[in-house]
Design a binder for this molecule. Structure first.
Ligand code: ZN
Ligand code: ZN
Length: 418
């Protein structure tokens, strides 16, 4: 087999790897990046199939662009297509609102929908040439999968984004096999461990309680994964009244409920959703923002747009409540400005924010210790460290080499045979 690294190589974003089995060309993921070069390198030829590890746009955002005339299948888990039904149309709108060149169009989505093949976890899909693809739970978000490709006695495992910790939403990822010829592994947090989840939950809940004593707890969350995790954390710690969900997280939460066997505790999820309310309109949003005692989970990645900004403006005006961030904030975004400079850019103006701002690590990615354990358990012939900052990928590969592994941090365009 031959693998070419066409994205997410010494970078987080635009994941795409081209696999040549000799007879077949398979594409693993096709995502976008929030950077100048936002698309993966084009594959050397039209793929025979695309395998999508999970719904996040850095893995999926470019996939429909292949369906301008092409007719190959794209394979993924059962929960992923309904999530894409929310994320892809939203990404088209976001790109249009930024007046950027469209990456995908509604027409692409219609064409791609005709070629979607959903696979049960753990059951091989056979290509007629004697190659199989099998998906295994990755513990990262709803429907996230690791991909095992077997072809003529060779095996490649791609972890995708994976999480080896038990969370409220998902069971930990487990190595599906041992002794593969090539392991393509996520490196995002391979350089540091996360704080124990129990401790993170305790301090987060203490801050929520303090915030709602005199105002609101505003909790900006990713729509996919984080919103559902935080809902369950709140419910488990007895915060059941006046929990609100605003934005795209509403739709994704409904999709989570459609797949009880893909979450770790479907009953706990149901209880958490039942005790929350959905924000329905501007009037309600304004009333909530100006009120007290509400925990508001509003969909926001980096606080660049959407209702989160109007909540911040109103809460800032009354100087009541706190902002509790639940994810990493990328440089040069409102989220990072808020953490580092206590200000955001809003409606062309700069707004100084006087509210308490806290940040919690509810990561859905494997930390350092378990990243190394994972490689040791799988004992691959070759390891490719991808999906991480350049120095992080290099350090991961370097430390694996010290343990005797044939490890690489490939650059974009690099090709390896195994
Ligand atoms: Zn992801
Ligand atoms: Zn990713």
């Amino acid at each position: 087999m031959k693998i070419t690294f066409e994205g997410a190589s010494r970078q987080v974003g635009r994941s795409q790897f081209e696999l040549d089995t000799g007879e077949l060309s398979l594409l693993l993921d096709s995502g976008v990046a929030r950077s100048e070069e936002n698309l993966p390198q084009p594959p050397s030829r039209q793929p025979d199939a695309i395998i999508l590890s999970h719904a996040h746009l850095d893995h999926s955002g470019h996939l429909p662009a292949f369906y301008r005339g092409a007719k190959m299948p794209w394979l993924t888990t059962f929960p992923t297509p309904p999530i894409m039904g929310t994320l892809w149309p939203d990404s088209i709108k976001v790109v249009a609102s930024r007046k950027e060149q469209p990456v995908i169009t509604e027409k692409d989505l219609k064409a791609a929908a005709k070629h979607c093949v959903t696979l049960p976890l753990g059951e091989p899909y056979s290509f007629f040439e004697g190659t199989t693809a099998t998906l295994y739970d990755a513990g990262h978000i709803l429907g996230s999968a690791q991909t095992l490709i077997e072809s003529h006695g060779k095996k490649l495992l791609y972890t995708g984004d994976y999480n080896c910790e038990q969370t409220r939403s998902h069971h930990p990822a487990k190595p599906p096999t041992k002794g593969v010829d090539a392991l393509v592994i996520e490196s995002t947090y391979s350089n540091r461990d996360h704080a124990p989840r129990g401790e993170v939950e305790e301090t987060f809940i203490a801050s929520v309680k303090a915030a709602i004593e005199n105002g609101n707890a505003l909790v900006p969350c990713f729509a996919l994964g984080r919103t559902q995790e935080i809902l369950q954390v709140l419910e488990a710690h007895g915060i059941k009244s006046d929990v609100w969900v605003d934005g795209m997280g509403q739709n994704i939460t409904l999709t989570y409920q459609d797949f009880p066997s893909y979450v770790s505790d479907a009953k706990a999820l149901s209880r958490a959703v039942a005790s929350a309310q959905f924000v329905e309109n501007h009037v309600q949003r304004k009333k909530l923002a100006e009120g007290r005692g509400n925990v508001i989970l509003t969909t926001a990645g980096m606080l660049e747009g959407g209702p989160v900004l109007s909540y911040i403006e109103r809460m800032n005006a009354s100087q009541r409540g706190s902002i509790l961030l639940t994810g990493y904030q990328v440089e040069k975004t409102n989220g990072r400005r808020l953490v580092e400079e206590k200000m955001i850019k809003y409606n062309g103006k700069t707004l100084s924010v006087g509210l308490p701002i806290e940040q919690y690590d509810f990561s859905a990615h494997t930390g350092k210790t378990k990243s190394f354990d994972y490689v040791r358990k799988i004992a691959p012939e070759k390891v490719f460290c991808v999906h991480g900052d350049p120095a992080v990928c290099e350090e991961f590969a370097e430390n694996l080499r010290l343990e005797g592994f044939d490890a690489h941090a490939p650059k974009i365009g690099e090709q390896f045979e195994f």
